[in-house]
Design a protein around this ligand. Structure first.
Ligand SMILES: [Zn+2]
Length: 232
């Protein structure tokens, strides 16, 4: 016999259908934003399982890291690009949190990420965060924290908007200025700790490097990096 609960759930589904953020197909449960088929199609790197992986190599000679990984390969015109777009520009925070959980599940299965003390989301420019309404790295952190039972430090490092005149500077210097200004706050919080720096995508690694350099200034702080996507 169909119970009242089933009827009201079906009715609610008719009124407010929940569909997969990847392919748009009907979802039975609203607990996950992605269907099983899309989940199976996600281009996992499995970098978290081995050392000297391509993400670690990006930072060789630039930033001392304990470990580094990216959960997925980023390719154009793909499922992951579609998901990134919804997460970053369409306000789908629940999807972002789920992607964070997927990172967390991978990290939990790895020997290399066992001794993390806290998560640090790569800060956005305050103006950008205000416009978007959220920092996508913070949303990823929420998902990861839920799985790994870790604290998130939001106030250890901030991103500084450069207000100097940019016009007199060369192109390289200007670019460094735009991307590369972070400032430590509350350094004591991470003293002697192993922190995991989180961002949505890594390409050249310049921004993560600049942020990591600030964290490195604190005595005995160890840094690892985990990002959602690796764009080659
Ligand atoms: Zn789907």
């Amino acid at each position: 016999m169909i119970g009242l609960k089933e009827i009201s759930e079906s009715f609610l589904h008719l009124l407010f259908p929940h569909v997969c953020a990847g392919c748009g197909s009907d979802l039975i449960s609203e607990e996950t934003p992605l269907c099983m088929r899309c989940l199976a199609e996600m281009p996992e790197t499995n970098f978290h399982l081995y050392n000297n992986n391509p993400i670690e190599k990006i930072f060789w000679g630039r930033l001392p890291l304990v470990n580094a990984t990216a959960q997925y390969y980023f390719t154009k015109e793909s499922l992951i690009q579609h998901l990134m777009h919804q997460f970053k520009y369409k306000g789908n925070k629940e999807l972002g949190k789920q992607l964070g959980r997927l990172i967390g599940i991978s990290l939990q299965q790895s020997e290399h990420f066992k001794n993390i003390d806290a998560l640090i989301p790569l800060p956005l420019f305050p103006a950008k965060e205000k416009k978007r309404g959220y920092n996508q790295a913070c949303i990823l952190c929420e998902g990861i924290a839920e799985v790994m039972k870790l604290e998130i430090f939001h106030d250890v490092v901030v991103r500084i908007q450069n207000t100097d005149s940019q016009t007199k500077k060369g192109r390289i210097e200007r670019w460094q200025n735009i991307d590369g200004k972070f400032e430590l706050r509350n350094a004591g919080k991470i003293r002697g700790k192993h922190v995991l720096l989180i961002d949505d995508v890594v390409t050249t690694g310049a921004t993560l490097e600049a942020c990591g350099q600030e964290l490195c200034k604190v005595d005995g702080t160890k840094i690892s990096i985990a990002v959602l996507c690796y764009a080659r």
